[in-house]
Design a binder for this molecule. Structure first.
Ligand SMILES: Nc1ncnc2c1ncn2[C@@H]1O[C@H](COP(=O)(O)OP(=O)(O)OP(=O)(O)O)[C@@H](O)[C@H]1O
Ligand SMILES: [Mg+2]
Length: 234
């Protein structure tokens, strides 16, 4: 699924927090969204997911203004799992979509295998560690083969090994199913490892956009270079 933004604006309490004149996210791409706290990254993701509505402008989903909600999935930094077993959590979106029980079982097993969750399948979700919880949230998000996967700092509190597993899964899914991936991250090394494109937002504006490699290693704008170098942006 490709995305196009046109004069997209969002204000909270009279303050403009997102102001994107235009922008494109290509189908099958992996796009990192980076920028300081309060830059408008989560606001953008929430608008794309349809969790919030813009004050002005449009988002086109493969050319259409209708949000294909059933093909989009969002993974948060602190995901909310339902208070049942791991396998029931992963199966939940499939039940909602009317999948047959044996197809659900097969899909849950596949995902548990790929994310090393087999041993946790029957465990209650509230007994999982943070990293295990995040892997279950990702498995649940991927269960129905979404066309657009939105992730808001999915590995912010996750150890390097589990982060590696999650990053590998993102790559696998993108390559195997051409899923479009949009990843908000403060981990610039992760942005380079996982993504081919990068958007740098500040104060709700798109400062720079380009290939992840180029933008992160050879930024064109002074602001981007400062942010990457870890300088405070005032
Ligand atoms: N529901 C809301 N009500 C009022 N203000 C909001 C709301 N959501 C976001 N904002 C404000 O909008 C601005 C952008 O917030 P946003 O969460 O998009 O930033 P972010 O780039 O995701 O930052 P972070 O890296 O800290 O997660 C901030 O100034 C924030 O205070
Ligand atoms: Mg945020």
């Amino acid at each position: 699924m490709d995305l196009r933004f046109e004069n997209l604006q969002k204000a909270y309490e009279g303050k403009l927090v997102l102001n994107l004149h235009e922008g494109t996210i290509k189908s099958g791409s992996r796009t990192a969204v980076i920028g300081p706290n309060g830059a408008g990254k989560s606001t953008l993701l929430n608008l794309i997911a349809g969790l919030d509505t813009p004050n002005a402008g449009h988002i086109y989903y493969s050319g259409s203004l209708n949000i294909p909600a059933r093909e989009i999935t969002l993974v948060f930094q602190s995901p909310y799992l339902i208070s049942t077993t791991v396998e029931r959590n992963i199966a939940y979106p499939l039940k909602l979509r009317g999948w047959k029980e044996d197809a659900i079982q097969q899909r849950v097993e596949e995902l548990c295998g790929e994310l090393n969750l087999m041993e946790f399948r029957r465990k209650k979700a509230w007994k999982l560690s943070g990293g295990e919880t995040q892997k279950v949230a990702l498995a649940r998000a991927l269960s129905f083969h979404p066309k657009l996967l939105l992730l808001d700092e999915p590995t912010a509190n996750i150890d390097p090994a589990t982060t590696g597993e999650i990053e590998k899964m993102l790559e696998t899914i993108n390559q195997r199913e051409q899923t479009t991936v949009v990843l908000i991250t403060h981990n610039l090394a992760q942005a380079r490892r996982v993504c081919d494109r990068c958007l740098f937002l500040k104060d709700g504006e798109l400062v720079e956009e380009g290939s992840a490699e180029e933008l992160l290693l050879h930024p064109r704008k002074a602001l981007t270079a400062k942010f990457i170098a870890g300088e405070l942006l005032i």
